[in-house]
Design a protein around this ligand. Structure first.
Ligand SMILES: Cc1cc2nc3c(=O)[nH]c(=O)nc-3n(C[C@H](O)[C@H](O)[C@H](O)COP(=O)(O)OP(=O)(O)OC[C@H]3O[C@@H](n4cnc5c(N)ncnc54)[C@H](O)[C@@H]3O)c2cc1C
Length: 465
C-alpha cells in the first residue's frame, strides 16, 4: 500500500477537483487527485458535455425539418439514434481522456479509488473495499460532487423512469415522454426529445418553468416551448406513478384536480443531493446542511485544513462555479489573497431551444434586496443578425441600480445567448456602469447588439425598437 505525502490532496476529479489540482501544481504545490470512477466528473462524462452533443443533434434535426425556409429541400430526413448517442459518448470520452493528460502534464499524482478523511491531514484510499493508499497532506479538498435527487415513490428504475444518466443513452426514442421538473436539466432533456420528435409533457411544481430565472424570461420561454408543441403543467405535483410493461401512468395534481397521463418514459429531474456519504466527516468540524457541505467564501469548512468545492457545497450546481471555487480555494491556500467568491456573479446557462442565460440579480430579487431599479429590454425581432439567421424569437433584459448605474443583472433568451452572457459577466466583474456599456461599440451585424440596445432601453435611448 502506497504511503505518500503531498501539499494538497483533492478527493474527486470533476471540474472542481481537477481544476483545483492543476492550479495547485502551477503554484508549485505537490498535489494528488483521488477519483473513484472517472476523471472529468459528471460534467464531462454525464453532464454538461454529452448533453450539449445530444442537443446539437436535436438542433440539426430541427433545422433539417425547416430547410424550406432557407431554400433547400431534402426527402426522407431521418436519424439513427444509436449514432446520435455514440457521437455524444465519443465527445464525452475524448474530453474526459484529455483531463488525464492535463493532470499528467502538470505532474499531479492520480489515485484510482474512493477517498475519505482518516484522521487529521490523512486521506485513506480504497478500491473495491480494499485499502490502496494512505495519503497525508496539509490541505485536503473535498470535491465529490452530487447526484440526482429521487422523489419517494417515484424513484428512477433506469427502465421506465430515467434519471439524466439513462436519458442520455436511450436505445429507442420514446414516442411520449413526461419530464418531472423544469430546471436546467429537465428543460434541456425536454427540448432534446421534443426536437427529436417525441411528444413531451413537462410537470413543474412551481408556478413557472425555469423557476430560478427572471420571471419575464420564464414567461417567454414557456410561450416558445408551447409554440414548438411542448405541453407544460405548472403549479402541478406528481402524486404517484403506475408502471405498465412498457409505459408509465403518472398521476398529476394541479389546481385541486387530478389527471392521469400515460407515457412511454418518465425523466425525473427534481434536483441534486451532495455526495457527503462515506467521506469520514463524522467527528470532524465539517458541517453538513441537509446534503451539502457548508463553506465560507474561500471554501474553508469548519475543520482546519479541510476545504470543499463544487456541487458538494450546493447551488448553483454548475461546472464553472465548481472550477472557480477550486481556483479561489487553492490561491487562498497558497497565500495569493484572491477575491472572495461572489456567488451572485456566476452565470447560468440552459441549452434548450431557444437558449436561456443570465447573470446577477433578477428584477424581483433586486427589488427585494432594496434596490431601486432601471430596467431595459430588447427583442430579437429588432435585430438584423437574428432575423438573417432565422432566429427572431428572443429577448434581452437588463436590470440596473437606478441610483448608481451598477449593472445588477442580465437575462437573455434566444439563439446563442449562452455565448453572449459572458459580456455581461465581465461587465459585472469590472463593476461597469450603464455609461461604460452605452459607450462600448458593439459590432454590426451581430446578435450581441441586442445587449447594447437593452442597456440603451433602460435609459430611454434604444435605437432600433
Ligand atoms: C445532465 C446534466 C447536464 C449538466 N449541464 C451542465 C451545463 O451545461 N453547464 C454546467 O455548468 N453544469 C452542468 N451540469 C452540472 C455539472 O455537471 C456539475 O455542476 C459539475 O460536474 C460539478 O463539478 P464537481 O467537480 O463539483 O463534481 P462532479 O463533476 O460530480 O465530480 C465529482 C467527482 O468525484 C468523484 N467522487 C465522488 N466521491 C468520491 C470519493 N469518495 N473518492 C473519490 N472520488 C469520488 C466522482 O466519481 C466524480 O468524478 C450538468 C449536470 C447534469 C447532470
Amino acid at each position: 500500500m502506497a504511503d505518500q505525502s503531498f501539499d494538497v490532496v483533492v478527493v474527486g476529479g470533476g471540474p472542481g477537483g481537477y481544476v483545483a489540482a492543476i492550479r495547485a501544481a502551477q503554484l508549485g504545490l505537490k498535489t494528488a487527485v483521488v477519483e473513484r470512477e472517472h476523471l472529468g466528473g459528471i460534467c464531462l462524462n454525464w453532464g454538461c458535455i454529452p448533453t450539449k452533443a445530444l442537443l446539437r443533434s436535436s438542433e440539426i434535426n430541427h433545422l433539417l425539418h425547416h430547410l424550406d425556409e432557407f431554400g433547400f429541400a431534402a426527402d426522407n430526413v431521418r436519424f439513427d439514434l444509436a449514432k446520435v448517442v455514440r457521437r455524444s459518448r465519443g465527445v464525452a470520452k475524448q474530453l474526459a481522456t484529455g483531463v488525464g493528460f492535463l493532470l499528467k502534464k502538470n505532474k499531479v499524482a492520480v489515485f484510482d479509488g474512493a477517498g475519505k478523511l482518516a484522521g487529521k491531514g490523512t486521506v485513506a484510499v480504497e478500491k473495491d473495499g480494499k485499502p490502496v493508499a494512505k495519503l497525508t497532506a496539509k490541505h485536503i479538498i473535498l470535491a465529490t460532487g452530487a447526484r440526482a435527487r429521487q422523489l419517494p415513490g417515484i424513484e428512477a428504475d433506469g427502465k421506465l423512469i430515467w434519471t439524466y444518466k439513462e436519458a442520455m443513452v436511450p436505445t429507442a426514442m420514446p414516442k411520449t415522454l413526461l419530464v418531472i421538473g423544469s430546471g436546467a436539466i429537465g428543460i434541456e432533456f425536454a427540448s432534446f426529445y421534443l426536437n427529436m420528435g417525441a411528444a413531451v409533457t413537462v410537470v413543474e411544481v412551481m408556478d413557472r418553468v425555469l423557476p430560478v430565472e427572471d420571471e419575464e424570461i420564464s414567461v417567454f420561454a414557456r410561450k416558445a416551448f408551447e409554440k414548438q408543441g411542448m405541453k407544460i403543467l405548472t403549479g402541478a405535483a406528481v402524486k404517484g406513478v403506475k408502471k405498465g410493461a412498457d409505459s408509465v401512468t403518472v398521476t398529476v395534481e394541479s389546481g385541486g384536480k387530478s389527471q392521469d397521463i400515460t407515457v412511454d418514459r418518465v425523466i425525473s429531474a427534481v434536483g441534486i443531493v451532495g455526495n457527503v456519504e462515506g467521506l469520514g466527516l463524522e467527528g470532524t468540524g465539517v458541517k453538513v446542511d441537509r446534503t451539502h457541505v457548508v463553506i465560507d467564501e474561500f471554501c474553508r469548512t469548519g475543520e482546519p485544513g479541510v476545504y470543499a468545492i463544487g456541487d458538494l457545497c450546493g447551488a448553483p450546481w454548475l461546472a464553472h462555479k465548481a472550477s472557480h471555487e477550486g481556483v479561489v480555494c487553492i490561491e487562498a491556500i497558497a497565500g495569493l489573497h484572491p477575491h472572495p467568491i461572489d456567488w451572485t456573479n456566476i452565470p447560468g446557462c440552459t441549452y434548450c431551444r431557444p437558449q436561456v442565460a443570465s447573470v446577477g440579480l433578477t428584477e424581483a430579487k433586486a427589488k427585494a434586496t432594496g434596490h431601486e431599479v432601471n430596467v431595459g429590454h430588447f427583442p430579437f425581432i429588432g435585430n438584423g443578425k437574428a432575423i438573417a439567421l432565422g432566429e427572431p424569437d428572443g429577448m434581452v433584459k437588463v436590470v440596473f441600480d437606478a441610483k448608481t448605474g451598477e449593472l445588477l443583472g442580465a437575462h437573455m433568451i434566444g439563439a446563442e445567448v449562452t455565448e453572449m452572457i459572458q459580456g455581461y459577466a465581465v461587465a459585472r466583474t469590472l463593476e461597469t456602469t450603464e455609461a461604460d456599456l452605452m459607450h462600448t461599440v458593439f459590432p454590426h451585424p451581430t446578435v450581441s447588439e441586442t445587449m447594447h440596445e437593452a442597456v440603451l432601453d433602460a435609459y430611454g435611448r434604444a435605437i432600433h425598437f
